[in-house]
Each structure stands twice: as structure tokens, then as C-alpha cells.
Design a binder for this molecule. Structure first.
Ligand SMILES: Nc1ncnc2c1ncn2[C@@H]1O[C@H](COP(=O)(O)OP(=O)(O)OP(=O)(O)O)[C@@H](O)[C@H]1O
Ligand SMILES: [Mg+2]
Length: 393
């Protein structure tokens, strides 16, 4: 990727109001080369490796333009997007954040906030340019992200997230991290017998100061596996301090330092979880082997569709699939109208390993549970490489 010289950092603004374009140009003129563009189309002409920022002004805060810019930025890692809003609806803001916009700034506070936001975004683009070893042909070094989710509590999300991370860390060239987004009752650290000094709260509070060096001091390392954990807050009330944009910032830093990030989640689709799901390459959707679990899974999948999260990210994981209940795998598939990708057996080793604080994969590597977790990790790896080569699985 070609980092543009500091004196000519290109910023494009899309807005019909020439006064606003002039204001933005004068606010940024010391460091940025600002020009107005009439539509999102010129952005399509940028090369994949070009670094630039696009600012979407209030006259273009519509769904179609937001989606168009989202598509263009996704295909160009060097292009960052910001939005200037004039009382935009929460729905539009959510769409923008999900579509890859990094920040939204109220027009009335441009003079105080815009330069900081543009600087922060530029630093982020530079950071990812450095860590993606050569955008031209070389595979980007950003971590793949897998969120483990279920709308039902107690179905095995955390156990699966932990063991999946351990499996993915084997042979990985960079660390694997677990981000515990069960912000009220996260127990990944406890399940690994870790006593983290810091949690996601400090990572969120660091804001734009958060970088790989700071993150390395905030994560706890599980020495037996090498897996890094950014723990959930120690008090449930701290959950409110973590906003979707904090999570995005945290995830961006983890992606640049790791080969894979596994996200554990609470049993509901909060804004932060929605954002995590939309940032993920894959979602391991966990279903338990009982009727309420299957019913909730159906509702959860419908919710994904409602908020337009691509259903093809879902890897369906049936946990405790061999439990002696009057339910068969095909009943679950029929009810969810989806094929189950991986089934995990119910084994007493799992609660034992949780109580001992040792991942089942390390405690009993030859167990059926460990074998199936390996299969899940392999499937996720294959989906990643298939996507990289443009093949759909
Ligand atoms: N395959 C399995 N075999 C036996 N026990 C299991 C299995 N999977 C999970 N469990 C047990 O189920 C319990 C809940 O697991 P876990 O905490 O991972 O669920 P969760 O979905 O993360 O729950 P929560 O929604 O409360 O965070 C644990 O005691 C765990 O040991
Ligand atoms: Mg859990």
C-alpha cells in the first residue's frame, strides 16, 4: 500500500453545500488536500492501495449512498469513510457504522471535532497499511474474525469460543485473541484461570490512543496455549461504557496484531454484538439440543435477516448433539431450514475442564469433543481460504 506523503493526504467530501465543503477544506487544509466530489462514483476509480478519506456530508446521508460507499471502502483497505450528520436517525447511523464508516460527526461540531476524527482515521489507515504486508497481490495480514453467538444462554458459547481459539492458535504465525463481549457476565478469563489486571474497559477508555503496544499491555496471556484474552469488565455496570465504536476500535487493533480473533458474546443481540457480527468473517451460531434452544435459534436467525446480516456467514454448530432427547439433528435442520455444519458431543470432560480452568482441547486432546472442535477450526480456515480465492462454500 502506498502511504501518501503527509502534505498531500487526499480527503474527498461529498456534499451539495459549497459552504460546508469550504468549511471542511479550511479546517483540514494544513495537512489534507480536500476536494469536493459530486457523487460516490469517483471513489470507484481509486486503486486498491491508495490511501484516502471520504467524508459523506448531510445532503448525501441516504441509504443508497451509504451502502455504495460501504462497498467501495470494503474493497479498498486504504480508503476510510466518515460521515457528517445533521440529526441523522439512529437507523441511518447504524447502517453507516455497519457499512464500514469509522465515525459520525454532527455538523454543528465540525470545527471542534472534525480534524481530530480525520487525524485518528488517517493514523488507523496508516497502521493497517503497515501491518498488511503489501496490498498488491500479498495476502493482507489482518486477522480473521469469528463471532460465537447464540440467542440462548448456557448453550456452550464460551466453551466453544475458548476451545476454538486454542485450536486456531496451533500453527498460527501470529497470536489468536479472544475478545469477551459478554460485557455483563463474561467468564472467558475465569474459564482459563486468568486474573487479568485490565479489561475491555481500559481498552475502550484509551479511544484513539489505543494501538498494538497499549493493547499488548491490556490483554492477559494464557500461557499453555498462547491465546490472548481481552477480558470482559469486572463489574456488570461497566458494560454501558463500551459503545459500538469503542468495540470497532478495539477490534481493529486486535486484527492488526493477531492471526485470528474469536469473539464470545452474551445471549442477546446488543448493538455491540450486532456490530461484531457485521465485522466478522464467520459467525459460529450455537444451537443446543432442546426445543427452546432451537426456537430461539430460529428467532435469532430471523433477526439476522431483519438487520440484513448476511446469513452465509453462519456456521451452524449443534452442541451436545448426542444428548438423549427426543430431537434429531434433522429435526433441528428442518426447523432452522439450514444444514448443521458441525455437531459437538456432550461429554463430562467439558464441565470438568471448565471447573479446572483448562481448555478441553488441552486437557483431553484425543476426546471426541476435541476432535470436533478441530473440525470446526478447519472448516473456518477452509471458508476463509475459499473466500480469499473467490470460491463460495
Ligand atoms: N459439549 C458439552 N458437553 C458437556 N457440557 C457442556 C458442553 N458444552 C457446554 N457444556 C457445559 O454447559 C455449561 C454452559 O457452557 P457455557 O458457559 O460455555 O455456555 P454459554 O452459552 O457461554 O453460557 P452464557 O450464555 O451464560 O454465557 C458449562 O457448564 C459447560 O461445561
Ligand atoms: Mg458464555
Amino acid at each position: 500500500m502506498n502511504a501518501a506523503p503527509a502534505e498531500r493526504r487526499p480527503v474527498m467530501i461529498l456534499d451539495h453545500d459549497p459552504e460546508l465543503v469550504d468549511t471542511v477544506a479550511s479546517l483540514l487544509e494544513r495537512t489534507y488536500d480536500v476536494r469536493g466530489i459530486p457523487s460516490a462514483e469517483p471513489l470507484g476509480g481509486l486503486a486498491t492501495g491508495d490511501m484516502a478519506i471520504v467524508i459523506l456530508g448531510p445532503t448525501h446521508n441516504d441509504r443508497a449512498t451509504i451502502e455504495r460507499i460501504g462497498d467501495v471502502t470494503r474493497a479498498r483497505p486504504g480508503l476510510g469513510a466518515l460521515m457528517l450528520v445533521d440529526g441523522a436517525s439512529p437507523e441511518l447511523l447504524r447502517l453507516a457504522l455497519r457499512g464500514g464508516f469509522h465515525d459520525a460527526i454532527e455538523v454543528e461540531s465540525v470545527s471542534s471535532d472534525l480534524l481530530d476524527a480525520v487525524d485518528a482515521l488517517w493514523s488507523r489507515l496508516e497502521l493497517s497499511a503497515v501491518s498488511s504486508n503489501g496490498a498488491h497481490g500479498g495476502a493482507p495480514a489482518l486477522a480473521k474474525v469469528t463471532t460465537v453467538f447464540s440467542p440462548k444462554g448456557g448453550v456452550g458459547k464460551s466453551v466453544i469460543a475458548i476451545n476454538l481459539a486454542v485450536a486456531l492458535s496451533r500453527g498460527a504465525t501470529k497470536p489468536v485473541a479472544i475478545l469477551d463481549l459478554d460485557l455483563q457476565f463474561g467468564d472467558v478469563a475465569v474459564m482459563l484461570r486468568l486474573q487479568p489486571v485490565h479489561t475491555i474497559v481500559e481498552a475502550a477508555a484509551a479511544g484513539d490512543q489505543l494501538d498494538e503496544v497499549l493493547m499488548a499491555s491490556l490483554v492477559a496471556r494464557h500461557d499453555p496455549s498462547g491465546v490472548l484474552v481481552l477480558a470482559a469488565p469486572t463489574t456488570p455496570s461497566a458494560a454501558d461504557q463500551i459503545r459500538p465504536k469503542d468495540m470497532l476500535n478495539i477490534l481493529a487493533v486486535l486484527r492488526s496484531m493477531c492471526s485470528h480473533v474469536v469473539i464470545d458474546t452474551p445471549p442477546h443481540l446488543s448493538e455491540v454484538v450486532l456490530q461484531a457480527v457485521s465485522e466478522s468473517d464467520d459467525v459460529a451460531f450455537v444451537v443446543g439440543m432442546d426445543v427452546p434452544s432451537v426456537k430461539n435459534a430460529r428467532l435469532g436467525l430471523q433477526a439476522f435477516e431483519l438487520v440484513q446480516l448476511p446469513i452465509d456467514k453462519v456456521v451452524l454448530v449443534l452442541n451436545r448433539a448426542d444428548s438423549k432427547v427426543h430431537l434429531a439433528v434433522r429435526d433441528v435442520e428442518r426447523s432452522l431450514q439450514m444444514k448443521v455444519d458441525v455437531t459437538l458431543p456432550s461429554e463430562s470432560l467439558v464441565p470438568e475442564s471448565v471447573n479446572e480452568g483448562v481448555p478441553a482441547l488441552l486437557r483431553s486432546p484425543r476426546s471426541r469433543f476435541a476432535g470436533k472442535i478441530e473440525a470446526l477450526a478447519k472448516l473456518i480456515g477452509e471458508r476463509t481460504s475459499a473466500r480469499a480465492s473467490g470460491v463460495r462454500t
